[in-house]
Ligand binder design. Sequence first.
Ligand code: ARG
Ligand code: GLU
Length: 693
Amino acid sequence: MKKFMLPLAIALMAILPARADEGMWLPALISQRIGDMQAKGFKLTAEDIYSVNQASLKDAVVLFGRGCTGELVSNDGLIFTNHHCGYSYIQKHSSVEHDYLKDGFWALNRGEELPNPGLTVSFLEYMQDVTAQVLEGYKPEMTEEERSQLVRENSNKLMRAARDESKGLTASVEALYYGNQYFLFVFRVYSDVRLVGAPPSSIGKFGGDTDNWMWPRHTGDFSIFRIYADADNNPAVYSQNNVPYHPKKFFKISRAGVKEDDFTFVYGCPGSTKEYITSDETAYTAEVSDPQKIALRTKRLEIMKKHMDQSQAVRIQYSAKYASVSNAWKKWQGEAKGIAKMKTVATKQAYEARFKEWAKGKRYDGVLEKLSSLYKEYIPYYRAYEYYNETVRPIEILSVANMVASFKELNISKDLSKAISIENFYKDYYQPIDEEIFVSMMKALGENLSEDMLPAYYKEQLAKYGTVEAWKDSVFSKSIFTDKAKVRALTAADTTLVKNDPATLMYNAFNEWQRNTLRPVVVKLNSKINLAYRDYMQGQMDFQPEKNFYPDANLTLRVAYGKVAGYSPADGIDYRPVSTLKGIIEKDNPDIFDYNIPQVLRDIYAQGGHEDQPVCFLATNHTTGGNSGSPVLNADGNLIGINFDRVWEGTMSDIAFDPEFCRNISLDVRYLLFNIEYIGHAAYLFDEMEFVD
Ligand code: ARG
Ligand code: GLU
């Protein structure tokens, strides 16, 4: 932006109700936003997005599993989601003989589709404001505990009334705006969901952790499933007699492509945001919590990487663990940097000063002071609580010890599921990594938590062994959990042995400290903080009656809208919003695991004509974790992409949205079609899709 325009821009921002493109809106209330959406290019109506009386776009969106989104793309129940959302199911079907993760999987007819026990997709039937019913019987003199009890009982009543097992209907009551509002969500849950197609990981995970959260991006992050139903189109457990589900609505696919400034919207299930927190909580998150978790994970990642670089076998064992540790690690870095860059803490402090002034003599008088003093009490405990999660939990020998100790009976070799858990654990266990992580994490714990926040057990062990290294040596030399043969052979007679194993004892000591010392304080203060936040939230809404407040994400269905746009992450760099196959070939490198594409893709490219094949694109939609797999739609409500990530410089959007840097990253649906045709040779799937160009 040119300098001389700034004052005007600031003046404009002051009168605009919500910042451009920020927000995750409730579909049932989308009529409040539809004017703005249409002004920005959207061509449909609020009823087209959400309706209980007629089929609407919401009927083509599903919650995929428990933390992703998926979308219907055919009248026969075909759905798209991300590769990383289907990953664990693809993995479960894989073995040495057929490694679908590595090579991809393509059903060449419906008979070849693979069932996935445990996987469900949930359709939202309807959502309804039930605040009055949930708070029926509430009296202002009630304590927060009494209120919670009442809310629970009333919610259960509502959920019971809405549930209908025979139709697969489940229900949940969710608090919005810290419990100032409650909504009932009724879902129809389908549990026969079969794998139809997935690209090889070298396409579906192309760029791996190196490119994760980054642009330019070239990941073919998709997988394809199909929903099956009984003869009446109702949910049913897996059966060969089930037939493809016929949705009320499915998305038509646009192959017209995207260009800068095109209107887009994302319809999906964002998991968690905290846009209305205080400056104290923001400062804690960005200046204490994120940095401490990043530092601990940096140590773990370095240890893993050192060993993974030395051995191909270890690399395979630890690649999924490494990916999951590094995903949040990288996100937190972007978040902390983004909050600092936006000066969110100072902005919030200034806002709070104005709020306090306004609140004088009103029912909100003192609420910020109260939050502030509660937070002071809370932080030392919560910090220790988070420290436990990031230091003790990662020690794998403790988790296997706990797993075995929690088996009701120890007859491992006789119980298939126990035997499988044990085999799965040891298949991916490399003791030298675990020993180094033990030392590194236990040292960090002692160095960074104050005396009174450390468990007595920790101090006893250090006094006994003198150093963390000696303590570690003792645990690893005496524990049976370093020896998988011994663990496999455990029987009921070994209960005492397991109970007294040093790894079990250590797990229990820390767990007890977390459960009995930290948790009760955290829970108690949390409930007080939540009560104060409920007032503060309501106060903010009264303070700015002209502003449209969207509720924080909570894995319920939302609409976000924006436009296709590049961004400038730093001085001298301008990112364009579209990436192509040419960029994949530029990154291709057989020696670098993350960039080693399948030979077939090289061959196809070499034949020519695919240089401009679009792969991914950027837009300004406000998304978060859980939006993975969400349909990205154009102004006509047709599918143009699948959301799978955000850019690193914009991950603070969970707390504060900056239209200059916050971008969601989507797979261009045309790259998915390219893969079906050229990689999967499964073009028969096109017959059931509907294209609009
Ligand atoms: N960052 C994306 C998300 O939060 C993708 C994660 C999976 N990919 C990876 N390389 N770890 O889910
Ligand atoms: N990859 C994330 C997911 O699994 C989406 C990225 C984000 O946090 O926006 O939902």
